[in-house]
Design a protein around this ligand. Structure first.
Ligand SMILES: *Cc1c(COP(=O)(O)O)cnc(C)c1O
Length: 369
């Protein structure tokens, strides 16, 4: 007998759509009548070739990716992109600009610093990333190799509602790991987008890189093969064995999104879910306190606090008893975090909001005795 599935608020790897898991289960032993699993198949086979083509097409359709961009399916996570990006696109004689709105952006610039010249054009570290950097005071380098930002800071729970605008001619680079596919984006504003799949796009193991063709021309010769965007693009991400099962799962997620009506539709659902949780926070008379400032609140990762760490621990424990999992905040920020990515259903969010009211009520009474 199957145990009931929990309400999963994990930050990553995170919930996958039930329909996707069921489909993977149904075809696990026999993929498309070929008598073997996708897990057992050559990445040079016609069937796998078809799969890669389909995933590429579906991602292009969903995100509106023009033909002058390549999509790469890589390994190593978003963290490897912190290094691959400067190795490929940061020449010795110039520097790269970074907007830092959380720990991931900070890691990105720390890695790039090992490989070339960097500048922090703006940061919100001063207030421990409870907001976005103030762009009106940003110090942009008009000659920067690129401007890097993190569209959604998974740990602090802040998100750019509007795409920051780099100086003319400076390519915009985005770590979109925790909000890719959550809302429509205008790809033509970007030079490069990267994202580990395991937050919002699929399982861990595959990392997406979407890169504009003209940037491929700037890549130096003789980079190590596995770190060379141009070579990986030329080989259609098949220079070596790709993370085939993760790409397959990503494909199922894309298919699920297309079935829902695409990114505009999922964005509406995401806004509705986030609204429910933030309302529960804001209408609790200060019992729950949002971590990120209201104007930059993430629709993906809702970060909030209670009056004490003890109370927060009780919250996490009591929630787990009710089947609400993954609500502990990241160790670098503390507090609580509900990750409500695409695959987190509205019902799970409703259960959370109900639990929050319930917990407040019970603990409030305890407090008064
Ligand atoms: C999770 C995350 C990363 C790190 O991803 P890995 O795939 O574990 O390397 C980087 N950036 C952001 C915004 C993330 O959410």
């Amino acid at each position: 007998m199957m145990k009931t599935r929990v309400h999963n608020f994990n930050a990553g790897p995170a919930a996958l759509p039930l329909a996707v898991l069921e489909k993977a289960q149904a075809e696990l032993l026999d993929y498309h009548g070929l008598g073997m699993s996708i897990l057992e198949m050559s990445h040079r086979s016609a069937a796998f070739d078809d799969l890669m083509t389909q995933v590429d097409e579906d991602l292009r359709q969903l995100m509106g990716i023009p033909n002058n961009y390549k999509i790469l399916f890589l390994q190593g996570g978003a963290s490897l992109q912190f290094d691959m990006l400067p190795m490929n696109l940061l020449p010795k004689d110039v520097s790269a600009d970074y907007l830092v709105n959380g720990v991931w952006g900070e890691k990105a610039v720390q890695e790039a610093r090992k490989l070339g010249n960097t500048r922090v054009a703006a940061s919100s570290e001063e207030t421990n990333f409870d907001r976005l950097p103030n762009l009106s005071q940003a110090d942009f380098d008009p000659r920067a190799a690129y401007l890097h930002f993190t569209s959604n800071e998974t740990i602090h729970g802040n998100q750019w509602a509007e795409t920051p605008k780099p100086p003319p001619g400076v390519p915009l680079v985005c770590d979109m790991s925790s909000d890719i596919l959550s809302r429509p984006v205008e790809i033509s504003k970007y030079g490069l987008i990267y994202a580990g799949a395991q937050k919002n796009a699929g399982p861990s193991g595959v990392t997406l890189v979407i890169i504009r063709d003209d940037l491929l021309e700037r890549i130096p010769q003789n980079l190590p093969a596995m770190l060379d965007y141009r070579l990986l693009a030329e080989k259609g991400s098949l220079y070596n064995t790709p993370p085939s099962f993760s790409i397959y799962m990503l494909g199922l997620v894309l298919n699920w999104l297309l079935g829902l009506g695409g990114l505009k539709e999922i964005a509406k659902l995401n806004a509705k879910k986030a609204d429910l949780v933030y309302q529960a926070i804001d209408q609790s008379d200060g019992y729950y306190r949002g971590y990120a400032q209201p104007e930059c609140r993430s629709l993906m990762n809702v970060t909030f606090r209670l009056a004490s760490t003890g109370l927060e621990n009780s919250f996490v424990e009591a929630a787990a008893k009710e089947g609400l999992i993954g609500l502990k905040g990241h160790r670098s920020v503390g507090g609580l975090r509900a990750s409500i990515y695409n695959a987190c259903p509205v019902e799970a969010v409703e259960a959370l909001v109900e639990f929050m009211a319930d917990f407040h009520c019970r603990q409030g009474k305890v407090g008064r005795t």
